[in-house]
Design a protein around this ligand. Structure first.
Ligand code: UD1
Ligand code: MG
Length: 382
């Protein structure tokens, strides 16, 4: 079977698994909507997102060769070949996503300043990602610049700076809620830098960056719909829902080309934009703790990576496994401390496609557990 039909079949399989919960949760939302105007807005959002999906599908093959022509391409390391694959195609999905959410300004504008800051923050992070793809920035510079990209959000954040104190700590602190004040802004900055960089370092397998992003975004969509139907902060949660649906659509189209064997790489343009978009959805929807629960695989990967990130153990430019050309499988490199090598260490050598599926199913498993923690376990402590 040709590469193209293979990729087509696999990505349709993955997308149908992913998009079924999206479809079902949107149907539940539509049934629960009493307001005709909101029903109409939701229908427009779904139609625009479908349009965004096809626009991304259409433009990636056009922009890809242009990127290659300007030297924006990378070797597919796990295949061992030399032919460059077009890089930074997150610029296409990101731009189309921004166009769609700009059209939704009237719905999202419950707090216009915050909304504009969110857009600027996403644009700024995308620019940083693109600059990184072009200039190949050093690790420390990337972290420093990603702090800068959170500035628009920080200076305009006027939402609540209170956090709910877990019940066992209430007697100790003496209050149910505490005002973190300026510290809350520091928290937002670190939170956004974590989401952007943690997606970027759980990478290096065809389909992994876009795949994990889709699963986390779908989880945020389902969470937003549950909150909305429960009548909790409806305006805020509707805004989150409006930001997630087109993001799922454009990322799904990107994933179609990025799935094994990749016809394009998403680039840091995408990973940074994805992390910031998710951070913005969490911050604007007042759900940063829930979002953190959906980032458990990234948190594990980040924790395992710390010794290399801090230079305690030497950190090569790419911390990927090693391809065994005879078996066609990837093998663990014990000195590269990350989640993908840990899976290979535990489960033994695997093909790239298989390993990516294992990591993505692990993400799904963790997110299901996250829902259990959020809606069941957390009721014991909050
Ligand atoms: C991060 C990781 C690095 C990993 C890289 C893969 C850390 C500290 N850094 O670096 O270990 O190797 O992501 O993206 O953990 N590539 C593939 N196959 C893919 C995706 C990417 O071979 O499916 C290669 C291509 O050569 C591509 C390059 O990775 O050009 C992109 O790397 P880049 O995103 O610039 O790496 P970093 O984000 O700096
Ligand atoms: Mg990267």
């Amino acid at each position: 079977m040709s590469d193209r039909s293979d990729r087509f079949k696999d990505s349709i399989k993955f997308l149908s698994v992913c998009l079924t919960p999206v479809f079902l949760s949107l149907c539940i939302l539509a049934v629960n909507l009493k307001d005709r105007a909101v029903q109409f807005q939701l229908a427009c959002l779904v139609l625009l997102s479908i349009g965004a999906f096809f626009a991304t599908i259409r433009f990636i093959p056009i922009v890809g060769p242009m990127c290659l022509k300007r030297g924006l391409g990378g070797k597919d390391i796990n295949k061992g070949g030399d032919t460059p694959v077009p890089e930074s195609l997150g610029i296409v999905s990101g731009t189309i996503y921004l166009v769609v959410i700009m059209m939704f300004q009237p719905i999202l504008s419950s707090g216009l300043t915050e909304y504009n800051a969110a857009l600027t923050g996403i644009c700024f992070m995308m620019l940083l990602g693109f600059a990184d793809d072009v200039l190949d920035l050093r690790w420390s510079v990337k972290i420093g610049l990603s702090f800068l990209s959170t500035l628009p959000l920080l200076v305009s954040y006027t939402g609540s700076t209170f956090i709910v104190v877990p019940v066992p700590l209430v007697p100790l602190i003496g209050h149910n809620v505490i005002n973190l004040g300026l510290l809350y802004h520091v928290y937002i900055a670190f939170f956004s830098v974590f989401t952007t960089n943690s997606i970027n370092i759980l990478a290096g397998l065809n389909g992994l960056e876009a795949g994990q992003t889709i699963i986390i975004t779908i989880s945020m969509l389902i969470h937003g719909i549950i909150q909305y139907t429960m009548g909790i902060e409806p305006a805020t949660n509707l805004a989150s829902i409006c930001m997630t649906v087109p993001f799922i659509a454009t990322t799904a189209a990107l994933l179609y080309y990025n799935w094994y064997p990749s016809k394009c790489f998403v680039g840091d343009t995408f990973t940074y934009q994805a992390g910031m978009t998710l951070a913005v959805i969490g911050i604007m929807g007042h759900s940063t703790k829930t979002l953190m629960l959906f980032f458990i695989p990234q948190l594990i990967n980040f924790t395992i990576s710390l010794p290399q990130l801090f230079g305690i153990i030497p950190c090569p430019r790419h911390r990927l496994p090693k391809l065994n050309r005879e078996t066609g499988k990837l093998e663990c490199i014990k000195t590269n401390w990350n989640l993908i090598n840990l899976f290979l260490f535990i489960l033994g050598p695997m093909s790239e496609k298989h390993l990516c599926s294992v990591v993505l199913w692990f993400q799904v498993f963790c997110n299901v557990m996250a829902f259990f923690i959020r809606y069941y376990v957390s009721t014991w402590v909050y």
